[in-house]
Design a protein around this ligand. Sequence first.
Ligand code: ACO
Length: 183
Amino acid sequence: MPATTITTTATTTEYVLFEDSLFEDKYLSPEVQSNLHEGYKLYPLRANDFERGYLDVLSVLTEVGAHTVDTWNSQYQFMKKHNDTYFTITITDEKTNRIAATGTILIEHKFVHKNGLVGHIEDIAVDSSHQGKKLGLRVIEALKYIGEMTGCYKVILDCAVKNIPFYEKCGFTPKESQMAWYI
Ligand code: ACO
């Protein structure tokens, strides 16, 4: 699917530019949208976010690797095919048209809790020049909203000990332990 579609009708010469989004706008919290400082806007991940520096923002979190437009598109299309599972949101600085913050909630389908759904929050990142402006908090609020909209019975995440106070401010409480096995 192309990143940008141009549509026209027989009765008009107007062109409408439409950029593909990962999921429908109905999953975006109106409350979070209205609580953002002027100049910031909440979006689903969009097909051209590679150009808006999405991967640069992710690099505050961990190593992202050397991507090309093709490796970006292949991952975006995979997520789009599974967009009842992958919900990645961005907050864009509208003045510069660059991504300022991002986060993902993955919706896991389980047999327990009678086919229950669990939301897993992953890849929270705020560009260093935008940190401390409540964008991290807004990202988490937006992802919790998606967790509620999709019917999750709980939303969980793993984080570094130093980030525990941040997640507590976002309404999370520590529970059990994280384990990892690296290949
Ligand atoms: N320790 C203590 N308090 C914190 C921290 C912290 N590390 N970070 C933020 N806070 C507090 C703020 O002071 C603020 O408190 P207040 O409401 O009393 O003023 C509140 O939490 C909200 O802070 P925000 O301004 O929303 O934080 P920010 O936008 O800077 O985002 C984040 C925080 C996401 C941790 C950001 O600093 C970041 O991207 N860090 C690097 C990447 C990272 O560590 N991501 C999290 C990985 S875990 C995961 O992905 C599940």
